[in-house]
Design a protein around this ligand. Structure first.
Ligand code: WT7
Length: 660
């Protein structure tokens, strides 16, 4: 059964409890519809009101939306503010001042807590250290840090100075790091000597050194090294400094730099349909507004909540729901350094109990792997932990299959917590389509309805809207405050990718979706471009192909497709033509391993192809185009139904059917 058919027959509906409806910030469908109606009636009035109510402005804006240079929209552009003020200073002198901002649990289980007041002091100190090294408004600072309080501090310190951070996930390779340093023209790197994951000490600083040694990174003046572990790491005199060194003597107050609402808050690289990752540029005002607002709306944040988003700060989910949203909303949040399976696969459930977590937000891939772990080893089943503190549970990053949804609902949410399946993207900055805890009846596997002020639609290739029950491409008809502003250094690519002509000015998300015939609920069926989603991580097929063919001594040609995978959602399947004769048996396995290690070095371990298949050629059309649909069928192990009469050498289908 296709995904589209299954959404049309999914008839389990879970309405919110009466108690939740009563107590929620947005109460019942009437509350939701009232906000939607307000946005419909007076679009700019709606966003203007929310921006005034939710953010602290140094200089109030007089214009909400400037469309004169669309699709380069500007929001609140004559207003001025500072993001770190809105996350920290804003709470001083209120009861939040002495509230715990971050509960940090290290890989080894050690717990550290900081209050808002303490966090502000630490952010100021580090901002002063950056300033002392010449970092100023508009400079790019590359952050390559583990999940730690210091990671959040580094991001907030940049924001305090108006410096633009570019966080790179700690799992990316030296090569990926070097590309991002060069593309962004960063002046400094903030890193740690090591990161602790699953009881292992993994190098970070050494990878930075490797990246800088590759050349082209002359813009980097300093490398700041947080001493996460006691082990030494190489330091280059003059350039590299430890946190202890640079923080010494720095005051715990630092005047924030007020910036224009459109001033870039950060760049975050994400994969697209070409080999080169794009630097998604976000603004200060509009981004922060929706980061804060979605904490209140999607998670119905209450003052007593303990919020936990399990994402890494290296991804947009970590930016919006670890660094900016929870702090702007004055929440207590958990920051977790480690991995869900260490010391055992009950870690998440034990941590929920330990910290009395009430709002838990994770990815379907994590849920699926923990289901499997609990099925094979009962001791790590969530039933052995007291999860009664939970009131809301969320999902993000990829479609959640109804089976995983039901397990999560029953075993983690105790059939009392709504699952907030949040559909959004790096480019949208914040949640776009998801249920509201105290309003929306839930349907497993559906992200339900758009947030107020968001106007999605499903269209065909010519931009015409499709009736409910018919699949198509997901677009947004109107801009929104936290939308991507441009691709760093490549405005043309921004226009071409997100606002292609045939879409009539609508933003093209790159996902396929269908609305249910009865409720008009959205269900996202997956990417319609050459983007893969492996464990909720986004990768381009071209990116992996480029990495493979860069191994010039071995690889002649490569094509990469996605195939469904029970655990990771999608898995990477690479079809490779070697520059030598077709390998067999142990030799083929050896070469496959060599190629996987190579891709890990080029991009990062997350990009390693799960399946590698060798052939003497790739299936091509007469005009020489690779028949990707056929490759997708081969990857899935499906019977070939496509016309293969144009293939010069049909034997390659047998060759390419063998996985290594
Ligand atoms: C792509 C964006 C959302 C932040 C983390 C990933 C897929 C994301 C869902 C969901 C179905 C989803 C889409 C989207 N996706 N959330 N709830 N249901 N699909 O951000 O790396 O920019 O990836 O992830 O395909 O386009 P990202």
């Amino acid at each position: 059964m296709s995904a589209i058919e299954s959404v049309l027959i999914e008839n389990r509906v879970f309405p919110p409890s009466e108690a939740l409806v009563k107590a929620a910030r947005i109460s019942g469908m009437a509350g939701y519809e009232a906000l939607c109606a307000e946005a419909e009636k007076d679009f700019t009035g709606f966003w203007g009101r929310l921006a005034r109510e939710n953010l602290t402005w140094d200089k109030p804006f007089t214009r909400v939306l400037d469309e004169s240079a669309k699709p380069f929209y500007k929001w609140f552009d004559d207003g001025m503010l500072n993001a770190s003020v809105n996350c920290l200073d804003r709470h001083m002198g209120t009861p939040v001042e002495n509230k715990t901002a971050i509960i940090f649990e290290a890989d080894d289980g050690a717990v550290t807590q900081v209050t808002y007041k303490q966090l502000l002091a630490r952010v100021c100190q580090f901002a002063n250290a950056l300033k002392a090294h010449g970092v100023q408004k508009g400079d790019r600072v590359l952050i390559y840090m583990p999940m730690t309080i210091e990671g959040v501090v580094a991001m907030q310190a940049c924001a305090r100075l108006g410096a633009i951070h570019s966080v790179v996930f700690g799992g990316f390779s030296a090569k990926a790091l070097q590309e991002r340093i060069i593309d962004g023209g960063a002046v400094a790197v903030v890193t740690a000597n090591y990161q602790m994951r699953g009881g292992k000490e993994l190098p970070l600083k050494a990878i930075v050194d490797e990246a800088l040694a590759m050349g082209g990174c002359e813009s980097i003046r300093n490398v700041f090294v947080y001493e996460r572990s006691a082990s030494a790491c190489p330091m280059q005199a003059g350039r590299d400094k430890t946190f202890a060194e640079v923080l010494k003597g720095q005051p715990t107050e630092c005047a924030p730099v007020s910036v224009e609402a459109e001033h870039p808050l950060y760049i975050l690289y994400t994969s697209g349909s070409t080999g080169k990752p794009k630097g998604v540029q976000h603004s200060t005002g509009g981004y922060l507004l929706q980061a804060k607002l979605t904490m209140d709306w999607s998670f119905d944040l209450q003052p007593s909540d303990v919020f936990w988003c399990t994402a890494d700060i290296g991804w947009v989910t970590g930016h919006t729901y670890c660094t900016y949203g929870p702090l702007a909303a004055g929440a207590t949040e958990i920051v977790f350094e480690g991995i869900p399976t260490f010391p055992d696969a009950g870690r998440f459930w034990q941590m929920i109990e330990r910290h009395k977590c009430s709002v838990f937000y994770t990815a379907p891939t994590a849920i699926r792997s923990l289901i499997k772990a609990a099925e094979t080893h009962d001791a790590v089943h969530p039933r052995h932990s007291n999860l009664s503190s939970l009131r809301i549970i969320g999902s993000v990053g990829e479609p959640i299959n109804p089976e995983a949804w039901m397990w999560y609902y029953k075993n983690v949410g105790g059939e009392r917590c709504p699952i907030i399946d949040t559909y959004w993207q790096t480019e949208t900055g914040a949640h776009m389509i998801n249920p509201l805890p105290g309003a929306t009846p839930l349907v497993p596997g559906s992200c339900t309805l758009p947030l107020p002020g968001i106007f999605p639609a499903i269209v065909d290739e010519t931009g015409h809207e499709m009736p409910n029950g018919t699949g198509g491409m997901l677009v947004y008809k109107k801009p929104w405050p936290s939308m991507v502003r441009t691709i760093w250094g490549d405005p043309e690519r921004f226009k071409k990718t997100y606002f292609p002509e045939e879409m009539k000015g609508y933003y093209l998300a790159g996902d396929g979706a269908v609305r249910s015939a009865d409720r008009g609920y959205f269900r996202v069926t997956g990417r319609i471009d050459d983007v893969l989603n492996v464990s909720g991580h986004r990768l381009g097929t071209m990116e992996v192909e480029s990495a493979l063919v860069a191994k010039t001594d071995l690889v002649a040609e490569a094509a990469v497709v996605a195939r469904p995978d029970e655990l990771t959602g999608e898995a990477i399947c690479a079809f490779v033509v070697l520059k030598r004769s077709l390998p067999h048996g142990a030799e083929a396995d050896k070469i496959a391993k060599e190629l996987r290690d190579w891709v890990a070095k080029e991009i990062g371990p997350i990009a390693k192809p799960k399946d590698i298949r060798f052939g003497e050629n790739l299936p091509k059309t007469r005009s020489g185009k690779i028949m990707r649909r056929l490759l997708r069928s081969l990857a899935k192990g499906e019977a070939i139904t496509q016309d293969t009469s144009t293939l010069e050498n049909p034997a390659i289908l047998d060759q390419l059917g063998q996985t290594h």
